[in-house]
Design a protein around this ligand. Structure first.
Ligand SMILES: [Zn+2]
Length: 384
């Protein structure tokens, strides 16, 4: 298996190897079987899914429908779907997408889909279903987010494709068409009169698109931990926001080989203190599970247990800071076994249950010492 080689500051392609996809039965009909009563004010967890998310696919590309099929299979296996509240993935309205994206970008996505598909860049494909999938991904996440802000749901996880965090205002990139999390955050700021939202992005790749949308915005704290240097080349420690948004971007760039100890230490010593200072009214999480040691697109060594520990800390932090208002959205992750169990574990965390699964274990290799990086980040962000 070839791995992508990236050089500092030089965006390279997100993948260069065609992956074999596993043979998992289709989870197509799941959302239709999950009608459930829920009591407003109860501790309810929502999820977003629509079968069109399986239609945006290309079997030779790592970002294909089998990722989501694996997660749906996990929900069935652990009898989770009947315990969750489905939130319909309605298409985002143009005015909502235009809170982040340019009209020319919307037209380009529409046109390329209408013509049957093509490529936005060498990494990022579209087919005839991609526009519908992309607008429903954004619309579903908006509605899940608004339901959590308004208290109809306690928290939630959007199982959506295509992912979003690399998408820039004027173009798709890195498997992402529209920046779902940025659109949801802008819609929440626009409509719900919030003044502080935190976006936490633990995908192994830096969310360059999300950072670009909010780097001058003091109302959104963007926190990212990612492999560095790696695709897309951005996300250095010194990128801390600019203008009025100065200090409202935190990048925790991790060298290849970092594992659970580094991940938890970075969040405990840097991200959590900064989040406590910022006092968010809502936490959105760009949940990419490609930091796992078995992921084929990167070289960090997190385990399912480590990812679960982080997820539970973020849920606890939301309980501490913002009435439990936390919404996860699916970004990357390209190993189906990892995706399935990481998502299942995340739902158990959102349901406030201890159940967690890690049959894959750890790679058992030593982690680099990041003392100097931690010291530097504390200085850059004025943390004790
Ligand atoms: Zn990723």
């Amino acid at each position: 298996m070839l791995h992508q080689v990236a050089h500092e500051g030089l965006p390279s392609r997100l993948y260069i190897t065609v992956l074999k996809t596993s043979n998992i039965a289709s989870g197509h009909d799941m959302a239709h079987n999950t009608q459930q009563e829920f009591s407003p004010g109860g501790k309810t967890t929502g999820f977003v899914y629509n079968p069109v998310f399986l239609e945006h696919t290309q079997s030779t590309h790592p970002e294909n429908k089998e990722r989501l099929v694996a997660i749906l299979k996990g929900l069935e296996e652990f009898h989770l779907e009947e315990r969750l509240v489905p939130v319909p993935a309605r298409p985002a309205e143009e005015r909502e997408l235009l809170l982040v994206h340019t009209p020319a970008h919307l037209r380009r996505v529409q046109t390329i889909s209408r013509e049957g598909g093509g490529y936005f860049d060498p990494d990022t494909y579209a087919n005839a279903f991609s526009y519908d999938a992309a607008v429903r991904a954004a619309g579903g996440l908006i509605d899940l987010t608004l339901s959590v802000i308004r208290g109809t749901l306690h928290n939630g996880f959007a199982l959506i494709r295509p992912p979003g965090h690399h998408a820039l205002p004027d173009r798709s990139m890195g498997f992402c068409i529209f920046n779902n999390v940025a659109v949801a955050a802008r819609a929440a700021l626009d409509r719900e009169n919030l003044s502080r939202i935190a976006i936490i992005d633990f995908d192994v790749h830096h969310g360059n698109g999300t950072q670009a949308v909010f780097e001058r915005d003091p109302h959104v704290l963007y926190v990212s931990s990612h492999q560095y240097p790696h695709y897309p080349g951005t996300g250095a420690a010194a990128e801390t926001g600019s203008g009025e948004g100065s200090g409202a971007t935190l990048n925790m760039p991790l060298p290849a080989g970092c594992g659970d100890d580094t991940l938890i230490r970075m969040y405990s010593e840097i991200a959590v203190p900064l989040l406590r200072k910022f006092q968010p009214e809502l936490i959105l999480v760009s949940a990419g599970f490609d930091g796992h040691w078995k992921d084929p697109l990167a070289q960090l060594n997190f385990t399912l247990k480590g990812i679960d520990t982080l997820v539970r800390r973020l849920v606890a932090l939301a309980n501490e800071l913002c009435g439990g208002r936390i919404v996860f959205t699916l970004e990357g992750g390209y190993n189906p076994d990892v995706l399935k169990l990481a998502a299942v574990n995340t739902f158990f965390a959102l349901l406030n249950e201890d159940e967690a699964h890690d049959p894959l274990g750890a790679p058992g290799v030593p982690e680099p010492d990041l003392h100097d990086l931690i010291t530097r980040l504390k200085e850059l962000h004025h943390l004790p």
